[in-house]
Design a protein around this ligand. Structure first.
Ligand code: CO
Length: 150
């Protein structure tokens, strides 16, 4: 799964190498043992075609106890994705089997760990309401925020 995504990203990068419009923007967000993200709003410039997101877990608790991931959906889909993801377990990073409503998602990590993903935002609209959240069971009520395209 990961390999396929990487190859796709590589292919896209090569394809866009001659284009001046491709721009990857970096976002970094922290999570902790208090079940919190350190930001409730992430903003992406309209000129960003991709986002490279890094999630850090600054706590020390294990991922089966206080695991965190970073999942992006339309705000209207947050609850259904979080609910469907709850049942799939840690091995599946608490993501639903049907990921059609998942725009991007990292692995679940535990204390002291970090993970990164790069995803395409060129198709996202400033007129759509997007949210990010942690899909670990019981976390998304608190661990969520807005993802805004400027
Ligand atoms: Co969490």
């Amino acid at each position: 799964m990961k390999k396929v995504i990487s190859l796709t990203v590589l292919a896209c990068s090569l394809g866009l190498a001659s284009s001046v419009s491709a721009k990857t923007c970096d976002i970094e967000i922290n999570s902790d043992d208090q079940m919190r993200f350190d930001q409730t709003e992430l903003t992406v410039g309209a000129d960003c075609s991709k986002v490279n997101l890094t999630l850090n877990h600054t706590g020390s608790m294990a991922k089966n106890v206080m695991g965190h991931n970073w999942v992006l959906t339309q705000t209207d889909d947050l609850q259904s994705v979080a609910t469907a993801g709850m049942a799939t377990g840690l091995d599946n990073h608490y993501l639903p089997a049907d990921q059609s409503k998942v725009i991007a998602a990292t692995d679940v990590i535990g204390g002291g760990e970090s993970t990164s993903i790069t995803f395409d935002v060129s198709a996202l609209s400033k007129d759509v309401d997007y949210s990010f959240f942690c899909s670990f069971p019981g976390h998304w009520g608190i661990m969520k925020g807005k993802f805004i395209i400027e």
